[in-house]
Design a protein around this ligand. Structure first.
Ligand code: ACK
Length: 440
């Protein structure tokens, strides 16, 4: 920039001089003849002919220099204008025209990316490959039952193996109406823009008639929900692993709330949308309901999952980043207690984890009994008090009493061992059970 400045300023002076001469030709005559007179005074013996030649030569040179410099300046200005227009167009595409992008990508089914290597390309920001349906069929062994990872209400999730090497998870969404279609488009549009270590990578997508497919990186340890509430009942998750998972989730949320402009609200944070890789790194998934935090959100349809939805959103439809903080508090309570966000007590009775836990979390004598039996008495009591205090703050019914996710993150990092990405230095050996992958 400094170089450009150094070139532009003298050129601008030159150009300005040119304009002045152009407007008042007598100025040119004056300055040139003035210079010649000066020269004559300095060398009185110079003959008349040479003086005339000098006079004309100087005029010509100045004229040529002015023409060249003004052309150059014009070219530079034109170039800068092109750069400005280009940058404006690309930033618009990134933020506002993603829906249009998806429309374009829909129409590119005629030219699908059909090679396995294209999945690798999808790791670059802004690109999510359109994957050939035949490739998905081959990778999932024709969507065989043996490859089903999960049977959801709108479709199944399959394990897929591309080129006998790379594993991925394919979510198949059978026609679920306009809402499902909107969520599919929203998910593709968000995940093609977002790249973060704690947010699931979308490797590609596919549209075939009424069916939609989303191809994600494989998360070997499934969801936090199945780890905590599935057959293993949280036995693979030590206290330190649970704290690491909480920090990973907070890092993903911090990215959405603090590092995106405008801020982004996930809107459906829950343990089934937190996926765990083979090392129990946690990543946020399911961006079907995700929105930008802003005025245009006033008319957004009320959605979310019972037990995780913040009261002000449920009652008044008021959506802020603090709605995600509330849901984070519920997930933290699940990690702490091993309980589901809503426990069914009988055919007509259920109890919310928040209303059950809150009165006990504030009482230090009761607190250890609230902890998941699988990890009870395996943690430093001071750390337990701290996590309980963070959880209580996050689930406050008044949103302004809840902390920002950045504050949550900074209060949890010191509880996570350095080996797991935190700042806790442990002198005695970690009570870490070997992470056991549940999927291979
Ligand atoms: O708890 P799960 O076994 O792990 O069941 C859920 C289900 O699909 C619905 O989300 C599983 N799942 C989703 N995405 C992935 C993925 N990328 N890798 C592995 N499993 C996944 C999840």
């Amino acid at each position: 920039m400094n170089n450009l400045h150094a070139i532009l300023i003298p050129m601008w002076d030159f150009y300005f001089l040119f304009l002045m001469i152009d407007a008042r030709p007598e100025l040119a005559g004056f300055s040139i003849s003035h210079m010649v007179a000066k020269m004559e005074a300095q060398s009185p013996g110079v003959p008349e002919v040479i003086r005339v030649v000098h006079h004309q030569d100087l005029n010509k040179r100045i004229l040529v220099a002015l023409v060249v410099s003004s052309t150059l300046l014009g070219a530079i200005l034109l170039f800068l204008l092109c750069v400005w227009i280009y940058r404006r167009r690309t930033s618009k595409l990134d933020d506002g025209e993603c829906r249009k992008d998806l429309e374009v990508s829909k129409s590119t089914t005629m030219n699908p990316i059909s090679r396995f290597n294209s999945l690798r390309l999808a790791n670059f920001k802004g690109s999510v490959s359109m994957i050939d349906y035949k490739l998905l069929e081959a990778a999932t062994d024709n969507f065989s039952k043996s490859n089903v990872l999960d049977e959801g209400s709108t479709g199944h999730v399959y394990k897929a193996r591309f080129d006998d090497k790379m594993l991925a998870a394919v979510k198949r969404i059978d026609y679920g109406g306009p809402d499902a279609e909107r969520e599919f488009e929203n998910e593709v549009n968000w995940l093609r823009k977002i790249r973060h270590q704690n947010i699931i990578k979308l490797l590609g997508h596919c549209i075939r008639d009424e069916t939609r497919f989303l191809v994600y990186e494989m998360m070997q340890n499934g969801s936090l929900e199945s780890q905590l509430h599935g057959p293993s009942h949280g036995s693979a998750l030590t206290w330190h692993l649970r704290m690491k998972i909480a920090v990973d989730i907070a890092r993903g949320l911090e990215y959405l709330h603090e590092h995106r402009s405008p801020p982004v609200v996930h809107r459906d944070l829950k343990s089934s949308n937190i996926l765990l890789d083979s090392d129990f790194n946690a990543k946020l998934s399911d961006f079907g309901l995700t929105v930008n935090l802003g005025a245009q959100n006033k008319n957004i349809k009320l959605s979310g999952t019972l037990g995780y939805v913040a009261p002000e959103y449920l009652l008044d439809g008021k959506l802020t980043d603090k709605s995600d903080v509330y849901a984070f508090g519920v997930v933290l309570l699940e990690l702490l207690t091993g309980k589901k966000p809503v426990e069914t007590m009988g055919p007509t009775q259920s109890q919310s984890l928040v209303s059950w836990a809150i009165p006990q979390l504030g009482d230090r004598s009761k607190l250890p009994k609230v902890v998941d039996p699988v990890i009870r008495d395996t943690m430093d009591l001071k750390h337990l008090y701290q996590v309980a205090a963070v959880a209580v703050l996050c689930v406050q019914s008044e949103p302004s009493y809840r902390p920002l996710v950045t504050d949550v993150l900074h209060s949890l990092i010191p509880l996570v061992p350095v080996e797991l990405g935190g700042s806790l230095r442990i002198t005695e050996p970690l009570h870490l059970k070997e992470p056991s992958s549940t999927r291979s």
